[in-house]
Ligand binder design. Structure first.
Ligand SMILES: [Zn+2]
Ligand SMILES: [Zn+2]
Length: 177
């Protein structure tokens, strides 16, 4: 079930509110390849009422299971970023616009039925790296035998780039001198 908020009602008497939500991961209709160890996505919201809409600061707390782009092993990536989104009551030219300071602007169709689940879904997609790495120093797969170089030293002979680098050439020249 998607989670909807009635922003008009929530912020009726207040200029801003701070709230925590827990939304079931499976309810977010993420692409099939998405899965998580945690059943829920925890989200901390800070909403400020403005003249033409609502300014939302959203911090997601969850993790997703990804496949490493180098060694192809699955790993868990923590999601804990904060994003700022302006929900505009005025219709925008495009679907969404990017304003100064990376503020995302989205059109708020109905302030009494704001779809929090949809926003979470988009945020998780945006926060997923194009080429996820299990570790910055992941050694990847051996181009010769295909073994995972993080878990074992296969000892295959791989022609080193060093032989071709300009520095290597320079070194050879200096050695000849
Ligand atoms: Zn890896
Ligand atoms: Zn190998």
């Amino acid at each position: 079930m998607a989670v909807f908020l009635n922003l008009k009602k929530e912020l009726k008497d207040d200029q801003f509110i701070e709230k925590d939500f827990s939304v079931s991961f499976n309810s977010l209709s993420l692409p099939e390849e998405y899965s998580s160890d945690k059943k829920n996505v925890d989200v901390h919201l800070y909403i400020i009422k403005e003249k033409e809409g609502y300014l939302v600061s959203l911090t997601i707390n969850s993790n997703i299971k990804l496949e490493c782009g180098r060694c192809l092993e699955p790993f868990n990536m923590d999601l804990n970023e904060t994003s700022s989104i302006f929900l505009s009551k005025k219709k925008l030219d495009g679907d969404s616009e990017l304003h100064e300071e990376d503020l995302i602007v989205e059109y708020l169709e109905d302030e009494e039925h704001f779809n929090l689940s949809e926003l979470l879904r988009e945020e998780i997609l945006v926060q997923t790296p194009m080429k996820p790495l299990c570790d910055e120093n992941c050694k990847g797969l051996c181009p010769v035998c295909g073994g995972n170089k993080n878990s074992k030293q296969c000892g295959c002979e791989v022609e080193s780039d060093e032989n071709l680098s300009p520095f290597a050439k320079l070194r050879t020249l200096l050695e000849k001198k």
